[in-house]
Design a binder for this molecule. Sequence first.
Ligand SMILES: [Zn+2]
Length: 426
Amino acid sequence: MIGATELIAAAAALYVVESALLVRRGDVLLEARRRGWKARRCDALPGGDDWAVALPGLLPPLRPAAVCRPLPLALAPQGAITAGGRLVPWERLAGAHADGGRVSADGLVLARLSSDRAAGELVAALRRVAAAAPGAAREAAIGAELDAHLDASAARAALARWREAGPFLGVVTNALFGYVFLAVPVVVARRGLVATWPVLLAGLLALLAAAGVEWWFADRALRGGSAGSRLGRLIPHVLAPLGMIRARQAVARDLFGSLHPLAAACAVLPPAARAGEAARWLREARHPAVRAAASSVEVHAHAADPDAAELDAAAAGAWYHAALSARLEAMVARETGASPDELLVPPAPDSDESCAYCPRCLAQYTAAGSVCSDCGLELVAIRGSAGGAPAGCADGARTAHADGARTGRRRGERTAHSNGARTRTR
Ligand SMILES: [Zn+2]
């Protein structure tokens, strides 16, 4: 016969599994903690090449954790560019569709997202831009999508809706946690399982019913949609009672929909913490990583002239990053009151050997004139305290290359190799 201890241990293990969030690399996790929200990139979490597992706060009071991501495709007047660097023209994107978290068009997988809702919203955005006439109308349509993606006031409205919709669900799910992991073990230890199980089961079912009703109203307020689709989302919670403890967290997961992580961060972080997040996203928009070249097989299969196709993709990418940077800078000025130049100050050398840094990830290196091993970007010389290169760095170190605009980088150019060792990990 299974003892009470084994039952509790099994329940705890199941609860941990129910609490795990499956995310994609590149996602950003916004977690509510005791001392306020925290933004965390999912790149360093354990998992596979493309996915990762996050375990946000397991103990009461149970707090929300929302998953956000920047647009997984670069949108330009010529088409959308995938993470692999493929430029897909708008004619092919008009038929974009979502299958689970996967977004495809014309037999080509465009992006894989960690939620069905995010994939559905990306498809809707692609169709809106594809429906616009080429030229100025399409540029305006892309601009409208970027404005909506970076709308911090929409993030604040979503957070307010969640707070209004969830308080009773929060009370019931925290009570459910206390019942399963505190009340039940105490009762079983004192009176035994055989004598108490009917009462304990009745208590559990009553709490589950209350949580189910509260979840229904919270989900309707936050996600809308038909009653049938809501019932489909409710059934897994009911079938996995320990998952019901996380019901409010499950609703919070897509709280910010397709909003940019910085828009969501501006809604939850205090002004002082926004500046650090803002600086990071500004650096990444100004200095896009040098992507690995698409395989020649792929390029040959889809373009008569692979070199021209790659130049088109580079030009489209430059257009997108310029458009994104301009909007990010305006949004950051509104939300933090700081100009990009105030936020993007060069780093201080982290050791005597530091001679150069990557303008995107800020990793520091022992030699200038090379490229960042992670981002493929040319390094920028670090200024010492006297304004020149720090002692120990060779003269003639390459100077600032700050605008980062790459309009015609050709495949094969990324052969320049880092000849300087990194001085620390970021
Ligand atoms: Zn870098």
